[in-house]
Design a protein around this ligand. Structure first.
Ligand SMILES: O=C(O)CCC(=O)C(=O)O
Length: 218
């Protein structure tokens, strides 16, 4: 038995698109060829704008820790959800969107049928075991014609893709290290969320899952 059998990059075959809605696709392992270009800038972004657990307008602290890069960053506090050009914690602009993030987003969106995607915002989510994201719609962006490109790194997660109504029964989509989801068009406002992360240690990312979503917010 060869060692390559245990090498994720060697055994998973990019790119393979699974269609889970009229304009929703999972691109299995699509980010793996980009990984060496993604991780150093990701570390640099998180050094300049550290992950933090934000408060919802209802006064609850989110279990997921967040940060951002790009011209606009998504934040929440007791005043509401919004995009801001400055990191409220440092008063500085959010770190620039790394070139590799833009390239990945552009290429993944194109494969899913969204040509010329140019994101201006990237929300970074860090899940530790037990962290979750309840069903929600992404509606703080000004431009709903652009898709959402969502990159999963680290521990496996169970993503839930719902419908246009919160009460619509979601389908479960397991997401692994390197998987990229793209949704837009008629699916742009579908409710979605992530079930509590299971315990584990990923060989590259450790005991966590990092998700980042590229958006056109402004
Ligand atoms: O972590 C994920 O896969 C989804 C993140 C998400 O729903 C969001 O950032 O709006």
């Amino acid at each position: 038995m060869s060692l390559e059998l245990f090498d994720e990059a060697a055994t998973r075959q990019p790119p393979r698109a699974e269609q889970i809605g009229p304009q929703t696709f999972v691109l299995r392992a699509f980010a793996l060829p980009f990984i060496d270009d993604l991780l150093p800038p990701l570390r640099a972004v998180l050094k300049a704008a550290p992950l933090r657990r934000m408060m919802t307008p209802g006064g609850q602290t989110m279990s997921v820790a967040l940060s951002n890069c790009g011209q606009l960053g998504w934040t929440t506090d007791t005043h509401g959800y919004r995009y801001t050009p400055l990191d409220p914690r440092t008063g500085q602009p959010w770190p620039a969107l790394p070139e590799a993030f833009q390239r990945l987003a552009h290429d993944a969106a194109a494969l899913a049928g969204f040509a010329d995607f140019t994101p201006d915002a990237c929300l970074i989510n860090r899940y530790v075991p037990g962290a979750r994201m309840s069903l929600h719609q992404d509606r703080n962006e000004r431009d709903y014609s652009a898709p959402i490109v969502s990159v999963s790194l680290g521990l496996p997660a169970m993503f839930q893709m719902g419908g246009q109504q919160r009460s619509d029964r979601p389908v479960r989509v397991p997401l692994l290290h390197g998987d990229v989801m793209v949704w837009g068009g008629v699916d742009r406002l579908r409710f979605h969320g992530v079930l509590p992360l299971r315990e584990g240690v990923h060989s590259v990312m450790g005991a966590q899952r990092i998700n980042f979503t590229l958006r056109k917010a402004g």
